[in-house]
Design a protein around this ligand. Structure first.
Ligand SMILES: C[S@@+](CC[C@H](N)C(=O)[O-])C[C@H]1O[C@@H](n2cnc3c(N)ncnc32)[C@H](O)[C@@H]1O
Length: 294
């Protein structure tokens, strides 16, 4: 199992928020405009960053279920959401938050998505969402999820799926070999089957189109620069560690590559919004929205 530390998720949260595709955010907000209480399930919630970024786009009355297999991250999510909210109370097992005039009830569900996905999703949802999750999941898992979401006629919105584009400034002669090895690592089984890795956006798009959904994609690349030195250094370190685990690049090349200080990095991501098609309408092919985030 691959673990994620709360510190790493904290470090990336601001970059993630900056990178989210604005046009898809507006489309999501429009879809739910004027609807009453929304039931939202966030898969692989980590420390709750997806709620903090998505809840402001939605209506005044929201019920969130945050799902993760890692109890430490669920505990960190509860703590960070309390700090983020204008006010927070505990009501039975739920956190009742008030933020910007919205009421946001939050339940925490410890579950491994590789087990009972139906139980993880719960019986009904207006929206199933996730952030930075699906590059860890297999095509089979994603297809099963698309069917489960379609059975609930829920909307689906996922952000920051890695898309295979990774560029460093300055460049290094071993960048291409390192990236190939990194992608081999990305495709390893992380607990949800052989991972889609950089194919995650295309796999999501195909699975939700096949389930009869209208799919829109938007660019959400990280474009990191001088203000992101800590994140760039952490990113380069974990990238090199993943490459080393594959054994595909020799240790001295990895050491030389790692010795270079990077001033910038681009990491390609895609956001995906999939909405149930009206049953009388033809299913549309997915369209790629090229608007850059930010
Ligand atoms: C890259 S982190 C993203 C966390 C959070 N969504 C964010 O954007 O900050 C992936 C998250 O998925 C969770 N996760 C990975 N595999 C899982 C599984 N099989 N079942 C439940 N949670 C899983 C991890 O524990 C981690 O919190």
């Amino acid at each position: 199992m691959t673990g994620f530390s709360a510190q790493w998720l904290d470090l990336r949260e601001a970059a993630d928020q900056r990178a989210r595709n604005r046009k898809l955010q507006r489309a999501l907000a429009k879809h739910f405009d004027a609807q009453g209480r929304l039931t939202i399930v966030d898969l692989g919630c980590g420390t709750g960053a997806n709620l903090r970024a998505t809840a402001p786009l939605l209506g005044r009355d929201q019920h969130w279920t945050l799902v993760d297999r890692d109890q430490d991250l669920l505990d960190a999510a509860a703590q960070r959401l309390r700090s983020w909210a204008d006010s927070a109370d505990r009501k039975e097992s739920q956190l009742v938050l008030s933020k910007g005039g919205k009421r946001i009830d939050v339940e925490f569900r410890r579950a491994d998505l590789a087990g009972d996905l139906e139980a993880a999703l719960g019986p009904k949802a207006s929206l199933v969402t996730a952030s930075a999750l699906f590059d860890l999941a297999s095509a089979a898992f994603i297809s099963g999820l698309a069917r489960a979401v379609a059975n609930r006629q829920a909307a689906f919105y996922t952000v920051l799926s890695y898309d295979g584009d990774q560029r460093w400034t300055p460049e290094h002669a071993s960048d291409a070999a390192m990236l190939d090895a990194f992608h081999t690592h990305q495709r390893r089984d992380k607990g949800l089957g052989p991972a889609a890795g950089p194919d995650a956006p295309a796999t999501l798009s195909e699975a939700f189109s096949a389930a009869g959904y209208r799919v829109t994609e938007g660019d959400s690349a990280w474009r990191l620069g001088p203000g992101d030195a800590t994140l760039i250094a952490e990113l380069a370190g974990s990238f090199a560690a993943a490459v080393a685990e594959t054994g595909l690049v020799n240790a001295s090349t990895i050491a030389t590559w790692s010795a270079l200080t990077r001033a910038g990095a681009v990491v390609g991501h895609t956001d995906t919004l999939a909405l149930p098609s009206h049953p009388d309408r033809e299913v549309r092919r997915p369209s790629r929205d090229a608007e850059t985030a930010g």
